[in-house]
Design a protein around this ligand. Structure first.
Ligand SMILES: Cc1cc2nc3c(=O)[nH]c(=O)nc-3n(C[C@H](O)[C@H](O)[C@H](O)COP(=O)(O)O)c2cc1C
Length: 405
């Protein structure tokens, strides 16, 4: 069988795409009041104009306490008209648009959100200098229902897909992790019990939206943390998700924003800049112990490929390869390996029009240097500091920096 052309039209569940390239979620830092701004619209229309098949709006929390900090959108009625303007603007570029929905769980800064953060098990939260609340059964049912409502709202304002965040040890990912989930009830203990809450979320989302939109999940193959969720559990979990049949594709990721963030991205660790993105009370600790928290993982192209190939061998469902996809060679390798789509984050932050450039020049190379300064900018307006033109475009869109939490 010949491999698919990554830049040719394709379908993703019920959605037709102009190509197989998905801009993966990169929290935009462009919603200081939790509402869509011109900057957010410019951020995603730039990706659409630049040729990607679909862009993903990062982390639209399913409930107020599910935000990481208050400058994030949650699915409240006041946010809906702006989200509709956003989806219409992206559709005007010929691209599709996906909503990443989820609950931040132990990543939430309750000082900023004003509500206690939820976690599978009690744990000290350095962001808020308080203990996370152990999620009760009622909390979990509420969060499951909130996912379903968020998916319906996403469909109703014109999103083509919803991507449920099961990765990076947000709430659902934290339930999967034996390190973070030490519960003794039906949601903790064995891998099957830890999987129950994420499975309920996906079932509720699928029940809510059926085939009206594509339903995706972003799943950790490995947390990158000793005692965490690794392939011995994530592959059987993915097989269960495949059998449940609620997903149109699975996006394969890794790392823990809570315990090992650099495992997600790889590349340079701009420690001072990263510390500056965190609340002031966390910064001295990061300056002292930051090298242990922000561990260095050398960047390589397609850095999740080896893990992802093990998923590819075990599963027949559509899979999205993520991590270090920056050029046509990488995309073609992914297609030859049998992946159905590729997802790209930093390369499209650096150059939102990279896909059009690859069409014109198949040998083109990304200008992204994996310096990860973009990751340090997430609460003040995510951008690539190397991209003078892109930054200027956002400033022209009439935006102001978002205050840190
Ligand atoms: C600035 C920045 C913000 C990110 N925000 C999110 C996010 O909100 N949700 C998410 O699932 N992943 C987030 N990620 C991770 C990316 O989606 C992606 O998984 C990671 O960067 C690896 O892809 P890449 O090698 O193409 O950059 C973020 C990454 C960056 C660089």
């Amino acid at each position: 069988m010949t491999a698919a052309d990554p830049l040719a039209p394709a379908t993703l569940g019920p959605v037709s795409l102009r190509n197989r390239v998905i801009k993966s979620a990169t929290f935009e830092g462009a919603t200081p009041d939790g509402l869509v701004t011109p900057r957010l619209i410019e951020y995603h229309t730039a990706v659409g104009r630049g040729g990607a098949g679909m862009t993903t709006v990062a982390f639209l929390a399913v409930s107020p306490e599910g935000r990481i900090q208050r400058g994030q959108i949650h699915w409240q009625p006041a946010a809906l008209p702006g989200l509709r303007r956003l989806t219409e603007a992206v559709h005007g570029t010929g691209a599709r648009i996906s909503a990443q929905i989820g609950h931040a769980g132990p990543l939430a800064n309750s000082r900023s959100t004003g509500s206690p953060s939820l976690a599978p098990s009690r744990r000290f939260n350095p962001l808020s200098l308080s203990f996370d609340r152990t999620a009760s059964r009622a909390d979990l049912q509420r969060v499951v229902d909130a996912h379903a409502r968020a998916a319906i709202a996403a469909r109703d304002v014109g999103f083509d897909a919803v991507e449920v965040h099961l990765g990076h040890t947000y709430l659902a990912g934290a339930f999967l992790s034996p390190k973070l989930n030490r519960r003794r009830d039906e949601f903790g203990g064995s891998p099957a019990r830890r999987a129950d809450f994420p499975r309920r979320i996906l079932a509720a989302v699928k029940r809510a939206v059926g085939d009206d939109v594509a339903v995706l999940a972003k799943l950790n193959m490995a947390d990158g943390v000793r005692g965490g969720f690794w392939l011995d559990e994530s592959i059987p979990f993915a097989r269960t998700l495949q059998a449940d049949g609620h997903l149109d594709a699975l996006e394969l990721t890794g790392g823990s924003s809570l315990l090992n963030p650099m495992y997600l991205f790889r590349g340079d660790v701009p420690l001072r800049a990263m510390a500056g993105a965190l609340p002031p009370w966390v910064r001295p600790g990061i300056r002292l112990f930051g090298r242990r928290f922000f561990r260095h993982y050398p960047y390589e192209p397609l850095y999740f490929r080896d893990h992802a190939l093990r998923f590819r061998r075990e599963l027949s469902m559509p899979l999205i390869l993520l991590g270090g996809v920056t050029d046509l060679d990488g995309m073609r390798t992914a297609m030859r390996d049998g992946f159905d789509y590729v997802a790209m984050a930093r390369a499209l932050l650096r150059e939102p029009d990279l896909i059009n450039r690859l069409r014109r020049d198949p040998a083109a190379r990304s200008l992204c240097t994996h310096g990860n300064l973009c990751a340090a900018s997430i609460f003040t307006g995510t951008h690539c500091p190397l991209d003078a033109d892109g930054t200027a475009a956002l400033v022209r869109a009439g935006t102001r920096p978002v205050g840190a939490p």
